[in-house]
Ligand binder design. Structure first.
Ligand code: TRP
Length: 435
């Protein structure tokens, strides 16, 4: 049986805060270590564009969020960690899905309805300020999930409807184009009952929209201390007994402290510990818990090029799955190469079609090289020498597997090759092997 695929997206508009860490990042990183699952984590930066038109904020947020997840212990060798916008198959699938999604289904989306209700309440036109991006948001999200055939999608309650829509869309696509097969797995929402929502400074849920957050890493210890000292408490003086649970301070502490530390703070507050001293203690303990991660965060933030390479590699890994699936889907909806389509009534041609071909050989110096020929025998690529034939085997295997090669990688193998022509040849090889 194939392994369970679990997939989660993080919209890149804000700076991670303590509530994100406790409610989403920490449990997700722990869950990603389960050897039974294949985990997919991605930065939903196309989704971010729907909510935010400030390019610098988008750029900054995706960097901060990538650094945060890695600092929090996400291991890119174990999971698939990538940016949505690095996977061109996602917007392409979005279109295929858009064409089978009822407008009526999208009319029912909560986010869209809430925006319309707000407009009506303000006496505006119902659609004022509502972009097609917001309206079609659930289709893009369905593509995120379906392109990897994820089984489970851990999300907050506000996202359940989106997962149901993804199921509806997937089922309709399967019905229309699957010819009895399931092209898509029907995903299920996974709601963590045990995951805490952390209160913010004022006791309401910690959220950017309430402006009551405590930063996770940004601003360092100083910003953390400042925020903790702003947590609202009652005005009881030192020496007066305090109800530990009258303030968000205790709940926030509970999320980081050991049961013993938490019990001690409760007892001390009941016995009259001053709020100021309590806050200092909470700060000291949380700061101690966060500081190794914060150091890693700062390391990542100081090396954006390294971060970039981790994500580019993640995207390559993800595309090894996405590219063949999309090729199949294109075929299913009728976007086929001319001459290869099975037209109704036409008899299948049995003659072998000419295909591009890889050839390995040894050069005069005894080094190993390879060529790529197109279907007419023209040389598209002639490689630099390699020490071992195995290296060539691996390289060709990867290229053929995805039907793609990165332009820079191709340049390293043959500085003269035409990228588009090589990709076209790889695509026809891929189409031929998956047919
Ligand atoms: N919409 C999700 C949110 O706001 C983020 C997201 C985008 C997502 N694509 C996804 C979550 C796919 C899970 C799966 O939280």
């Amino acid at each position: 049986m194939s392994r369970i695929r679990v997939l989660t997206g993080i919209t890149t508009t804000g700076t991670p805060h303590l509530g994100n860490y406790v409610g989403a990042i920490r449990p997700a990183v722990l869950a990603s270590r389960d050897p039974q699952v294949d985990a997919f984590f991605f930065l939903a930066d196309y989704h971010a564009l729907i909510k935010c038109e400030d390019p610098n904020r988008i750029a900054r947020s995706r960097l901060e969020i990538a650094a945060t997840w890695l600092a929090a212990g996400l291991d890119p060798a174990q999971v698939c960690f990538y940016r949505q916008s690095d996977i061109p198959e996602i917007p392409e699938l979005t279109w295929l899905l858009t064409c089978v999604t009822g407008k009526g289904l999208m009319n029912r989306a909560h986010a869209y309805k809430a925006a319309m209700d707000a407009n009506e309440a303000a006496g505006e036109d119902a659609d004022a300020g509502i972009s097609m991006g917001l309206f079609s948001y659930p289709v893009l999200m369905a593509a995120d999930i379906l392109i990897f055939n994820a089984h489970r999608v851990p999300v907050g309650r506000d996202q359940i409807q989106h997962i149901e829509m993804a199921r509806d869309i997937a089922a309709r696509f399967n019905h229309l184009f699957g010819e009895g097969r399931s092209l898509f797995v029907l995903p299920e929402a996974q709601i963590e009952a045990s995951v805490a929502t952390l209160p913010g400074l004022d006791g309401r849920k910690m959220s950017k929209s309430y402006d009551n957050t405590i930063p996770l890493f940004e601003g360092g210890s100083k910003a953390l201390r400042e925020a903790i000292f702003k947590i609202v408490t009652d005005s009881r003086l030192p020496g007066e007994p305090k109800d530990p649970d009258s303030s968000a301070l205790m709940v926030i502490f509970d999320a980081f402290a050991s049961p013993e530390q938490a019990a001690r703070l409760r007892a001390d507050l009941l016995a009259g510990l001053g709020w100021g001293e309590a806050k200092q203690r909470v700060f000291d303990d949380i700061d101690r818990a966060l500081s190794p991660m914060r150091a890693r965060y700062e390391d990542w933030m100081a090396q954006p090029a390294h971060l970039e390479s981790v994500l580019v590699e993640g995207a390559a890994k993800a595309r090894r799955m996405a590219t063949p699936l999309l090729a199949e889907l294109r075929e299913c909806v009728g976007l086929r190469r001319f001459g290869t389509e099975h037209l109704p009534g036409a008899t299948q041609k049995t003659a072998k079609r000419a295909l591009p071909e890889f050839k390995q050989y040894r050069d005069a110096e005894g080094s190993f090289r390879f060529k790529l020929l197109d279907e007419h025998g023209n040389v598209l690529l002639q490689s630099i020498p390699f020490e071992h034939p195995k290296q060539i085997g691996q390289l060709i295997g990867t290229w053929r597997g995805v039907g793609q090669v990165d332009a820079d990688e191709l340049r390293r193998v043959d500085g003269m090759a035409n990228h588009a022509m090589v990709v076209a040849a790889l695509q026809s090889l891929l189409a031929a092997t998956s047919a």
